[in-house]
Design a protein around this ligand. Structure first.
Ligand code: PMP
Ligand code: GLN
Length: 385
C-alpha cells in the first residue's frame, strides 16, 4: 500500500488495542496459560450445536426480523419475567444484539448527544468510555475504591448535574467481582428520581452470583426498570463468547430509540444461532445452574492459590478473581502482568487498564472460566512466585 499523505484526525486519539487482545496475544506468543481475557477454555453443551444445526437444516438461514427471531425474544421475555417479576413485551421491548458490546454501543449512540455527560464507575469495563467519546459525550467517573470496590453514593450525587444524560452500571462487576446490594439500587433510584437520566445496566454476569446471594437486576425495580436498558450476553451464560449474541430489554419508549440506531448498526443478528439458543433456553437449569458451576471453579482456584504469595480479594460474582501481588513485586501492574506472562507462564489482566488515568493498586485479574486442569497448572506456577 502506498504511504498516504492524508491527515487523519483521530476520534479516539488515546485508544490503542484493548488489553484483552494484547494479553491474549502475548500469552499465545509466550505459550503461557491464558487467564487474562475472559472466555471459557471448555466446550459448550453439544445440544446447543445440535439445535443450531437443526435450524440451518430447517431453512432458518435468511435475515430474521430486525429485533430478533420471535421465539428467542419470547424466551428472553419469559426468563426475565421468571427471574425478576417483570414482563417485557417481546414485540416492542426485547431486542437481540450482536453481543453485549454492540448493545452497549448502540444504547450510548441512541441516547447520548455531543456535550452530554455519562456517569461510569471506575474500574470501568473497557468499551464504555470509547463509545461515549465516539458520539461526543463526556464520561464522568465515579470511583469503586480498592479493596472493597463499593459505590460511594455521596460522590455519585455530586457528579450528577443538568448535563447528565446517562448512568452506566455493571453488576456483577468486571473486573472486581463485586456485586451491588438492594441498597445500592435504592440509592440509584433515589438519585435518578425526577430526572430524565437513562440507566444503562450491564448485567452480562447476571447468572454468576455466589454464596447464595441474589442478583439485584434493575428489572426487578419498577421505578428503575422504567428508565433502564438492561443488557445481557449469551456468551457468558452458555459458554459461547465467540458467537457474539446478547440482548437488551427496556420499556417500549426507550427500545424504540434503541432500535432506530440498531437497525442501521447491525440491522440484525445471525438467524440459526438465535433459533438454536431459543431452543436451548427452554431448559432453565442451564442458566440457573451457572452460579453453582462457577462457584465451584472460584473455590477450586482460590484453594489452589492459598499457599501462594498473592492476596486474593473477595469474589462475589463473575468469573474473575482479583489478586494483589504486592508481596511478590513492586512493579507497576502492566509490567507485572507482562512479566508474569513471560516468566511465570500465566497471563492476567492488569486492573489499571480499567482506569482512565491508570490508577494502579498492584492488582491483577485472573479468569477462572477454565477447566480445573488449566486452573491447577496455572496455580502451580503462581505458587512458585
Ligand atoms: N460487559 C462486560 C462487563 C463484559 O465483561 C463483557 C465481556 N466479557 C461485555 C460487556 C461484552 O460482552 P459480549 O462478548 O457479549 O459483547
Ligand atoms: N469481556 C472480556 C473480558 O473482560 C473480554 C472481551 C474482549 O476481549 N473485548 O475479559
Amino acid at each position: 500500500m502506498p504511504q498516504s499523505s492524508l491527515r487523519i484526525d483521530a476520534k479516539l486519539p488515546r485508544v490503542g488495542t484493548t488489553i484483552f487482545t494484547v494479553m491474549s496475544r502475548l500469552a499465545a506468543d509466550c505459550g503461557a496459560i491464558n487467564l487474562s481475557q475472559g472466555f471459557p477454555d471448555f466446550q459448550p453443551d453439544a445440544s446447543l450445536f445440535a439445535a443450531t444445526l437443526q435450524a440451518m437444516h430447517d431453512g432458518r438461514n435468511q435475515y430474521p426480523p430486525m429485533a430478533g427471531v420471535a421465539e428467542l425474544r419470547a424466551a428472553i421475555s419469559d426468563k426475565v419475567a421468571a427471574l425478576y417479576g417483570v414482563r417485557y413485551d417481546s414485540e416492542s421491548e426485547v431486542t437481540v444484539t450482536a453481543g453485549a458490546t454492540q448493545a452497549l454501543f448502540t444504547a450510548i449512540a441512541a441516547f447520548v448527544r455531543a456535550g452530554d455527560e455519562v456517569v461510569v464507575f471506575e474500574p470501568v469495563y473497557d468499551s464504555y468510555m470509547p463509545a461515549i467519546e465516539t458520539v461526543g459525550g463526556k464520561a464522568v467517573c465515579a470511583t469503586l475504591r480498592f479493596p472493597d470496590y463499593r459505590p460511594d453514593w455521596t460522590q455519585v450525587r455530586a457528579l450528577l448535574g443538568p448535563r447528565t444524560r446517562m448512568i452506566i452500571i455493571n453488576s456483577p462487576h468486571n473486573p472486581t467481582g463485586s456485586v451491588w446490594s438492594a441498597e445500592d439500587l435504592d440509592c440509584l433510584a433515589e438519585l435518578t428520581r425526577a430526572t430524565d437520566i437513562v440507566v444503562l445496566a450491564d448485567e452480562v454476569y447476571e447468572h454468576i452470583v455466589f454464596d447464595g446471594a441474589s442478583h439485584y437486576s434493575v428489572c426487578s425495580r419498577p421505578e428503575l426498570a422504567a428508565r433502564s436498558l438492561v443488557v445481557s450476553s449469551f456468551g457468558k451464560t452458555y459458554h459461547i463468547t465467540g458467537w457474539k449474541i446478547g440482548y437488551v430489554v427496556g420499556s417500549a419508549g426507550l427500545m424504540n430509540e434503541f432500535r432506530k440506531v440498531h437497525q442501521f448498526n447491525v440491522f440484525t443478528v445471525n438467524t440459526p444461532c438465535q433459533v438454536g439458543i431459543a431452543e436451548y433456553m427452554r431448559d432453565a437449569s442451564r442458566h440457573l445452574g451457572l452460579a453453582h458451576f462457577y462457584e465451584q471453579k472460584r473455590n477450586f482456584f482460590r484453594t489452589q492459590l492459598q499457599a501462594s504469595r498473592f492476596d486474593l480479594l473477595p469474589c462475589a460474582g463473575t468469573y474473575f478473581q482479583l489478586a494483589s501481588y504486592r508481596r511478590i513485586s513492586d512493579l507497576p501492574d502492566i509490567e507485572f502482568a507482562r512479566w508474569l506472562t513471560r516468566e511465570a507462564g500465566v497471563a492476567a489482566i492488569p486492573v489499571s487498564a480499567f482506569h482512565h488515568a491508570g490508577r494502579d493498586d498492584g492488582v491483577v485479574r485472573f479468569c477462572f472460566a477454565k477447566q480445573d486442569t488449566t486452573l491447577a497448572a496455572a496455580a502451580e506456577r503462581l505458587r512458585g512466585l
